[in-house]
Ligand binder design. Sequence first.
Ligand SMILES: Cc1cc2nc3c(=O)[nH]c(=O)nc-3n(C[C@H](O)[C@H](O)[C@H](O)COP(=O)(O)O)c2cc1C
Ligand SMILES: [Fe+2]
Ligand SMILES: [Fe+2]
Length: 408
Amino acid sequence: MHQAIQMSDTLWYLGSSDRRLAKFENCHPVPLGISYNSYLVMDEKTVLLDTVDHSICGVFLENIKSVLNGRPLDYIIVNHMEPDHCATLAEVLLRYPEATVVGSAKTHAMIKQFFGDLNLQGKVMQVKENDTLSTGHHNFRFILAPMVHWPEVTVTYDETEKILFSADAFGTFGALSGNLYADQLDFGDFELSEMRRYYSNIVGKYGLQVQALLNKAAGLDIQMICPLHGPVWRAANKIQWLIEKYSRWATYRPEDNEVVIFYASIYGGTENAAEVLANALGAKKVKNIKMYDVSVTDVSYLVSEAFRASHLVFASATYNNEIFPYMENLIRDLAAHNVQNRSIALVENGSWAPVSGKKMSELFSSMKNMNFLQDTVTLKSRGHEEQRLQLLSLADTIAESVFAAELH
Ligand SMILES: Cc1cc2nc3c(=O)[nH]c(=O)nc-3n(C[C@H](O)[C@H](O)[C@H](O)COP(=O)(O)O)c2cc1C
Ligand SMILES: [Fe+2]
Ligand SMILES: [Fe+2]
């Protein structure tokens, strides 16, 4: 049976959730599942905004059929051509061959790439920045949002209902469970951390492009944001809060003046140093210190933590003359996501020729505005009194810096 949700006289939610998927993009764990959102506007003409992932194709087709209730499908607006949204486009066109497909030039080029044998002759509407489509009562305006999250992305603004269909922007990990709207959820720290993990790992790299979209959005009266993942945003205070979060993340400004210690340890010597440092920070009254064994916690959570906190410590054993692999993977991922403007400190370990500190600092040197707080602390196998004192001194420096830092 269909599970479409009516949102207004003319707007319907046609998406659903996948709680079986292990890793989104076969990369990021989604223990709470993921929703794929699609919307249908029932105007004089009918308009579908994006399709969905293959995993929910069956119910999606049932949703469309039930809401259209015998009417033709006039338009399909394709805001994003990534298969988590467009995989079912051909299935929809098979059933509604009358539909005109609306998208940017790059979108249409990608449709050909993904669906080579799809004949869309006479059914293509190519849109540029600020082009509009009137469907009777509704007037849709198209706004290019390249690299939020792929180059072809557009967002669509419904000028009539003042709704921004925002593609991947403003999305979050986590299935929808009956509460379609963010204002029906507490949206506490836990939900925020999943939204941050989505943002940082999916679009975190493209801060400049997200800023460009935010600037365009600032000129619009937005009463509702309908993203392609996660809940719909409609309360004015929630929308403002959401945009402030995005603006902070897009400019790589930390949210919390707090310390996160990432460590990579085989036999416990490096871990021991990380614990000594954390305890010394705690004794200095630094609050909410977080520690992660990078071999244990999935890197998507670690990237998210680096987007959140102002002070980051990286402690790693040397492994075959390199940084320990999980730590190297983390730092390369941070660089790939353009993490910048952080205060950092390094701890290295090695039994004969420790090089992890030097190699870590080389990776950080390619990143913008990473401020080394103190020289690398070096352990040879395990820490001794000399290293304990160095770690206490490092804790002093970090604590001072945390207390002096202001959030901008
Ligand atoms: C597979 C392997 C490769 C290693 N390669 C190096 C190395 O190239 N240089 C070095 O100084 N130590 C090397 N080590 C030794 C560890 O870096 C060293 O024992 C360190 O103290 C381990 O820290 P942990 O107690 O936190 O695991 C290697 C250890 C292992 C298991
Ligand atoms: Fe995407
Ligand atoms: Fe997506």
